[in-house]
Design a protein around this ligand. Sequence first.
Ligand SMILES: [Zn+2]
Ligand SMILES: [Zn+2]
Length: 555
Amino acid sequence: MANEVTITFLGGLGDIGRNCAAIETDDALLILDCGQLFSGEEEPGVDSILPDVDYLFERKDKIIGCLVTHGHEDHIGAIAHVLDRGLEFPIYGSAFTLGLVRYRCDERDVMGRTELIEVADNETVQIGPFSVEFLAVTHSVPGGLISAITTPQGLVLHSSDFKLDPHPVDGRRTNLPRIGALAEDPGIRLLLADSTNSDVPGTTASESSMGANLAEVFRANQGRRVITACFASHMHRVQQIVDAALEDGRKIATLGLSMRKNVALARSLSVLKIPDAAFFDIEEISDFEPGELCIISTGSQGENRSSLATAAAGSSRWINITDSDTIILSSHPIPGNEARVSNMMNDLIRRGAEVVHSGLVEIHTSGHGKRDELTTLHTVSRPEWFVPVHGEYRHLIAHAGLAQSLGLSQDHTLLAQDGDQVVLADNGVSIRHGVTSGAHQMLNGRFLGPDRGVIGERRIIGEQGIVTVTAIVDFDKAVQVCDPWVESRGWLDGDDGSEIEEEIVKLVAEAIESELQNPEWDRVTLTRKARRAAGTCVNARSQRRPMIMPVIIDT
Ligand SMILES: [Zn+2]
Ligand SMILES: [Zn+2]
């Protein structure tokens, strides 16, 4: 008889992002990834969205460490924040992953709260009651690790984000043979596997097949300056861009802070190979002819203020886009970024540049395995129980369906969502729904919040503007000292607004006057009357619903 082991999902089962789970025994809690979700236009002003980390804070004393499967922000992006808010734990991961974690922790000055423990492929580490074997996995960032976690309730295999690339750029293939051996002995009790591409048939193209296509684009653009953009952590793509550029006799510089830092880290770990003689600093760009250059930039997602978007807008300090530039976007817009990328491409083309993107030439491939690869993982691992992870709801459902089509029974395929807990016990594996809220936690600078109310206010102000009306009242004499006045931002153009403003002043003055006749009047009732009078007029006359903010001042 062993005690229960639970796995609580704090994010990542409902969105692609903010992956985080807690695997626990009675007295130990190991965090499995701790990532963030980038906020969209739905959450104005929010920097990022975190997993439901309250669960971790409530169990602060049980935390024995955090495993980081790989260095993408949706897996490591919340770590610095939870350390900053007071948690302390060691972090286990590959050298490259930990290098990226260190950057984030240094930025927040929280390295004092953690210890980075590097693990190698095939290494087994004892972390409290868990014995964790780390296995190589292919993905769109170097150093990804599958975790085979031996718990008091059997072996849990966590796939990490993965594809089964037969020809990875670094030659480091997913360790399927070892997974097969574990399936044989001791057997995999529970599989948690990436669902991102579970509704896409076939197989994801090998990363190395991008190299030849990139080389062809370089050859076709001899004599022109080539500026490429890809994800700043995708060092295998960077390597292939570098190889294509070197073959074409070009020298390489990076543009953008995260690309510069990540390339430096990858070179120091020999994950990325660029001869010193072929590498120059962007500050020396004017020493070279356009045809001698390859610039590797951030901004493949058209992010505001990223280097490529800045150059597209004509305000880059280093590069002025002209008709002798070819821009290679070796990426695909992630959902939500399409419009931004499209705007950036228009800006680049308007400046005369030629833009080569993954819709024209095959210069991007996903980091996530499609259905055939998921099938292989299931077939090799033969888990007793399965929980699809890392995906939107439709991906989780598709992955569960795939597992069942391969012979897993319906009651051994558990569908969990954020906030749910998987319980491994002697008599089987089951789900407890809603153990924690699983709610999005918005991060604003260093602070958690704002809540939905504040986000709603921001959206009203952002979309409709704000109208304030200020009245001065002598509270002792119960009279208005002067006419109220109106100010607005983001509501109407000055001339259109001023006529309505006069009317608002008149109506608010009347409303206050009449309320002051009421023996029960106080500041609250005055404010309410003023808001109502102003709001009715604003809505009727402008057909808009800006935020109305009445201010009553006592003399
Ligand atoms: Zn990833
Ligand atoms: Zn991910």
